[in-house]
Design a protein around this ligand. Sequence first.
Ligand SMILES: [Zn+2]
Length: 354
Amino acid sequence: MLQDDCSYDKIGRLPSIVKCAFADISEGRDAVVLTTEPAWAAVNGIAVHPKQLIYVDGNTGAYMTTLAEACEGEVVYGIGGGLAIDTAKYVASANGLPLVALPTILSTDAFLTDATGVRENGCVRYLSSKTPDTVIIDMDLLCNAPAPMRASGAADVLSIATAMWDWQEAEKMSENPPSQQITPQIIDIGTTLLQTLLDNAREIGRGTPTGLKLLLDLLCMEVQLCYLCGHSRVEEGSEHHFVYAIENHLTPAKQTSTESVHGNDGTVLHGELVGLGILLMAALQSQPSWTQYRHALECLQINYRLPGLSTDAIAETLIGLSAYVTEHQLPYTVATTLRITPDIAERTIKTVLD
Ligand SMILES: [Zn+2]
């Protein structure tokens, strides 16, 4: 029995995951539904009758607090991708209500985690919220979701390629704090997750039940691995820092989200930006095998060539990245020390996108 004053590390855990068709759900409680218009259309006819139906369109802490204060119901549903579910986690947690998550695309790992990412002052901050009590997986619905969206969360597994490099580099430079020391076993496990993704990228990209089941497994294992480590360095490094920085070029921070941001030409998914970040950072890290990550993104049907994003915006972000990570006190990565001149930026972008 643990005493109240005993200090101990608590290891987070995954939600309970139920596989069933959304058509088989029957919800009798008053529900607060946080979703997006396309996601709500995709689950058309579901037997969840919202007392409140909210289309989420912001992701600042202030926006989420407003939603949480207006919340009236007995259960919260998050239906959609990362944005809707992350917001539902915050609203349920603030009101002490049970939470059911219905992912309509596997676009991030948000439906598995206990924190909500909010954008503030041009960067991302994670607020502790809650893990969904239940996640319902409707495999048929996921397989039939639009190809460029349904598996874009695979980028949050592929990001091990650059994040783990950064973490190992930080270890070499004695830049990891005591709570973030590396063990070779964690590296082995991370390497296995990454390799499994690379070996199966085509199957996952095809959106078959086998492929998407594997992607779900990989996301679960990646999240559990982060819980065991007590931090996310195994999958969150310079590629994510690049994403947080470049989001400022896309739109006012208010409209960006964990799942998607809105460029001039429409919606940009988190996984698409992370995909681009992985390629640029892997090239800057001089990883000899970076082209296999590009091949994997193509197999996964993740569109890392973003039409709404100009080469100038990418170059500007790269050139300013070192100052950005210093300003926001982000962990040590290749972006911390590498001085990216306009020349290096231009060459790297050309290498990766040509
Ligand atoms: Zn991510």
